[in-house]
Each structure stands twice: as C-alpha cells, then as structure tokens.
Design a protein around this ligand. Structure first.
Ligand code: ZN
Length: 310
C-alpha cells in the first residue's frame, strides 16, 4: 500500500465556452484564475486553472473549453460530481447566491452527516459545496466573505459499476474506507491534505455509460510532494500491472496518467514547482502563458483564442 498520495491535486473537465467558464468560476464560485495557458497536446484550446490565491494542490479546478462542444452525458464510468469545501453554516447563503445566478439543479441535502449544496455548472457539470471544518485560507473574490468562500476541494464522486475494483485500487493508493451511506462509500487518506476524500457510488451493471464531452470530468489528479515520490508511485503501479505513462512535464507540475478498472483516467501530479514559477503571485492567471514548444504559435493563438475578461 502506498503512502505518497496526499489527496486531490486538481480536477480537469471539459467546457463549451471559455468566457462562460471563466465567468462561472471566478464570478459565481469566486475562485481565482491562477493560470491561463493552452492544452499542451492541442494548443488551439485553452487550459484554464482556478483555485486559491496560489493554486495550492487540492484547490485547482481546470478546464479545456472546446468552443461549441456538445454536452456530455452523465452516467457510469466517470467522476459525476466534484465537491468543494465551504465553512460550516454557509450552505443557505450559497443556495441564495447560486439561486440568484440561476444555476441548474440547485438543491440542498446531507451526506455522511455533512450539509451539501448541489448544483450544475454551465455545461451540466455536477458540483457540490460541502459544509466542513477547514482551516485553508480562502481566495476572497468580490461579494464573498471569509464566512462563505470556498476553501478548495472536499472530494470527488465517482460513479462506477466495477464491483469493487476501484475500491481495491484506492486502498492500494493509500485510501481507507471511512463509511458507507446508500450506494456510496467514502474513502479518505489518513494524514492527507484537506482534499483527501473520494466517494465511490456503485451504479447498477445495466447503467448507461457516461459520454465524455462538455460538462464531463476528463481526469482527476492526485497529489504527491515531489518527483521522487511520483516515481515511487509509478513503479508500484507498474508492478501491480497498471499501464502508466512516462513522466510528462506540465510546466507547473509533473504528471503520470493511468486508467482505473472502472474506466476513469487518474493522474498523479507533483506539488512542485507550482503556478508561480513563471509569473508573480499578484498577477497569476492574467497573461497567456505558453509552454516553450508552442511559443512560436503565440501571435496566432492570441488572435484566435476567445477573450476571457478578468
Ligand atoms: Zn491533469
């Protein structure tokens, strides 16, 4: 069993409009845009990162907005909901705020004893805000107080039909089974970061498979401290029979990827070097940053990529 993984690092999803995506995460949820770059494998498409002040691991929601992409279909074999942590007692204020912005499928419930606000993103993305004690410092966007602001991720909720294979994998990755409620089992990394929970919802074998497009989670990334710990995780996964990619330089972290038995793409990402490696903290996310291999495309990309606003 591994001990290097500390919880979530980032969650990456697909969107249909860069400007709408930016307005939702900065203006409605009040996260900070900490990086404006492009998809390293498809540089005509943005890669937008939203998180706390510096984009701490465990706070960073990232998007590939493909202009005009059709909505994905929710189903089995995906991360169907991404949850953020909010302060205890702030759920009603969030219901009021999200109602004012007319978000889809707004509801309030409770799971594992925690009050949640459920809602959809602009492309039908499944989100929740979970009331919890969390001492992470929030980014304070306009109109959001310290008593209300998002602290970072709480958990990710996978919907699967694999009869325990994902649970076994999470156990190998260092997650402990915490509790079960209905069809959902919560796993946590003891001693992990504040985004150390994963919920696994077992769906019937006959469930429709998810179709990945706008509003779908593309992959979830787990945090390790550094490259040495990442190589240890890679070796262990290879020894267990997983097909793992080589280490890939993503400029702000190093990444390896593998697919779970339930069909979900997992990444293991390093906490180093971080989003302030190429711009200072005060100006994070404002300039278009391109990886060196795509720098020669700058003039064309700056012309073609949709303006985001602030
Ligand atoms: Zn990633």
């Amino acid at each position: 069993m591994l001990s290097q993984i500390k919880g979530l690092h980032h969650v990456t999803s697909l969107a249909s409009s860069a400007s709408e995506n930016n307005a939702f995460f900065t203006g409605v949820l009040g996260l900070r845009r900490v990086k404006k770059t492009v998809n390293f494998d498809a540089p005509d498409v943005y890669h937008l990162y939203y998180g706390d002040e510096v984009g701490s691991p465990g706070t960073v929601m990232t998007y590939f907005p493909f202009p005009g992409a059709a909505p994905g279909r929710r189903g089995a074999g995906e991360v169907g909901r991404t949850s953020f942590a909010i302060p205890t007692g702030s759920a009603d204020a969030w219901v009021e705020r999200l109602g004012r912005f007319e978000v889809g499928n707004l509801a309030k419930d409770s799971r594992f004893g925690q009050t949640r606000v459920l809602f959809n993103g602009p492309d039908g993305d499944g989100f929740a805000l979970v009331e919890t004690e969390d001492d992470r410092a929030p980014w304070l966007a306009d109109g959001l107080s310290e008593e209300m602001a998002i602290r970072g991720f709480h958990s990710a909720d996978m919907t699967i039909t694999d009869d325990g294979a994902t649970a076994e994998l999470l156990g190998f990755m260092g997650y402990d089974k915490l509790d079960t409620e209905g069809d959902t089992t919560r796993f946590i990394v003891p001693g992990g970061n504040a985004a150390n929970a994963i919920d696994v919802t077992q769906a019937p074998r006959s469930s429709t498979r998810a179709t990945q497009s706008a509003g779908s989670v593309h992959h979830i990334a787990f945090a390790v401290d550094n490259r040495a710990r990442q190589l240890e995780v890679r070796e262990a996964l290879l020894d267990t029979g997983y097909q793992v990619t080589p280490v890939i330089d993503r400029d702000y972290f190093w990444a390896i990827y593998f697919r779970t038995p339930g069909g979900i793409l997992f990444e293991v990402a390093t906490n180093e070097p971080g989003f302030d490696r190429d711009e200072d903290t005060a100006h994070l996310g404002q300039a278009l940053k391109l990886p060196s291999q795509h720098e020669h495309l700058r003039a064309r990309l700056e012309r073609q990529l949709e303006p985001l606003g602030d």
